[in-house]
Design a protein around this ligand. Structure first.
Ligand code: UDX
Length: 458
């Protein structure tokens, strides 16, 4: 019934698995579904197939409580839940622009065919605006019309590394609904979140809106965040030619509460499974709808982001005394340590990671590249098997003529430049995340280059 609806999450990748586990923790009866038998077997055995702080323990306690189960059967999931959240992947299409909705189509179609009672199907995956309406048509076509199955949309805003908190304590819940019934069902499906907030003397704002707005909220938020990062990286470019310090600039503008100090870290740019892909898909969709001009600036946001990667290559050539030809610098015969391969610290995710992209570009330019990352190594090795991977920071920097810090892990931020200086063949460092203290590294004898920061005197 609507007072305590049973919840299903279809697609137990990063998004669906995190939601399923956290909603069981909130007290709901939850079923996670995936077509991937190996993934379901792993989750059922208490293993999270990706790295997310706090999730392993929650998986185990909620499996033990019996509130959380997993299945690969559409029949089972259709029988079980009142509310079905669609959490399947929406990868970039082969042409690089739009999103591929094949998994959304397959999961909705198969679920709808198996439903034998009234249910609500809620889209969560990041999709082009207009998808909710299309899902509604799929449901109308494949579900028994007598049942009154409805569709709604509720975007997620998970940040890797903080996903458990983001589900249990979101800063807002957005729902796109068509009827009072689905609005009530979705409220009941989130009541655990509101109740938890009440016990902690907080409030979670709820935005109830139409399909298109609910879908747009997600991509608009990501477009804004990407723009904020590229804005400060553009300022870094200007600082580089004008001799300014972008870290101080960011601090100074960030004191204005209208601007805010977060997401203003200049560096080697944004990556990951969301921001780069979402801003491209958003542009493609706006173009299709005839509003391409409105999002033309996102193309520039993308270009600024790519230029930061090239900037590291240019700095590397400069520090190593190599000339850049028309095809880029020739770094053959040099040995470079790359610290970081994940797209951000506390993550093992290397999707569109600036660190791994730069490591690869350095290697393509002829350098002998030795990579170390506290967690991203396994995924990096799968994606770029030709690079050399080391098992520690010490091994990576030993014998290097240049050290590039490209993911701001605490281990790198806190590294001792005096001790590392004894291991390298040349004390040159590129701080691709502006996460090191330039004066300290200079005192230890290092030739330091940051991103949009002046070079300290040796
Ligand atoms: C992002 C959004 O934050 C989240 O709301 C959305 O649901 C999914 O996409 P995530 O991909 O986990 O989350 O990473 P995020 O912490 O946003 O960082 C994205 C990238 O931007 C990283 O590569 C990070 O290094 C970079 N970044 C972030 C900067 O370069 N500078 C900053 O100031 C902040």
């Amino acid at each position: 019934g609507a007072s305590r609806p049973r919840l299903a999450f279809l697609g137990t990748g990063y998004l669906g698995a995190t939601y399923a586990i956290c909603f069981a923790e909130l007290g709901y009866e939850v079923l996670g579904f995936d077509v991937d038998e190996a993934k379901i077997a792993k989750l059922g055995a208490g293993q999270v197939p990706f790295h997310e702080p706090g999730l392993d323990e929650l998986l185990r306690t909620n499996l033990a409580s019996g509130r959380l189960r997993f299945t690969t059967s559409y029949e089972t999931v259709a029988d079980f839940a009142d509310v079905h959240f669609i959490c399947v992947g929406t990868p970039q299409r082969a042409d690089g622009m739009g999103a591929d909705l094949a998994y959304v189509e397959a999961s909705v179609t198969n679920l709808a065919r198996h439903l034998k009672r009234r249910a609500l199907i809620v889209g969560k995956s990041t999709v082009p605006v207009g998808t909710a309406e299309w899902v509604e048509q799929l449901v109308a076509k494949h579900a028994d019309p007598e049942l009154g199955v409805e569709v709604a949309w509720s975007p997620e805003f998970l940040q890797e590394g903080f996903a458990v908190e983001d589900v249990l304590r979101p800063n807002r819940i957005v729902v796109g609904v068509r009827s009072e019934w689905s609005n009530g069902m979705l409220y009941a499906a989130h009541k655990g979140v509101f109740d938890l907030a009440a016990t902690e003397d907080r409030e979670v704002p709820l935005v109830v809106t139409d399909f298109a707005t609910a879908e747009l909220v997600k991509v608009a938020a990501n477009a804004f965040l990407a723009t904020k990062i590229s804005f400060i990286n553009a300022m870094a470019e200007v600082c580089e030619v004008a001799g300014g310090d972008v870290t101080q600039l960011a601090k100074a503008i960030g004191y204005d509460p209208r601007i805010g100090n977060r997401f203003l870290q200049a560096g080697v740019g944004f990556g990951g499974g969301c921001l780069p892909k979402d801003i491209r898909a958003f542009q493609a969709r706006a173009q299709e709808l005839g509003a391409g001009e409105a999002l033309r600036f996102l193309h520039e946001v993308d270009l600024i982001n790519q230029r930061r990667r090239t900037r590291v290559l240019t700095l590397a050539a400069e520090l190593l005394g190599r000339r850049a030809g028309p095809a880029g610098p020739d770094l053959s015969g040099t040995r470079i340590a790359v610290l970081g391969s994940a797209f951000k610290p506390n993550s093992d995710d290397v999707r569109d990671a600036p660190a791994l992209a730069v490591a690869t570009a350095l290697s393509t330019a002829g350098a002998d590249v030795h990579v170390y990352d506290p967690q991203g190594m396994e995924n990096a090795r799968i994606k770029q098997p030709t690079l050399t991977y080391e098992t520690s920071m010490v091994e990576a920097v030993t014998g290097a003529e240049l050290v590039c810090v490209l993911t701001e892990w605490a281990e790198f931020r806190n590294a001792d430049p005096f001790a590392l200086g004894d291991l390298v063949a040349g004390k040159r460092v590129i701080d691709g995340r502006n996460c090191l203290d330039p004066a300290r590294w200079a005192r230890a004898g290092w030739l330091y280059r940051g991103m949009g920061r002046p070079t300290p005197a040796l």
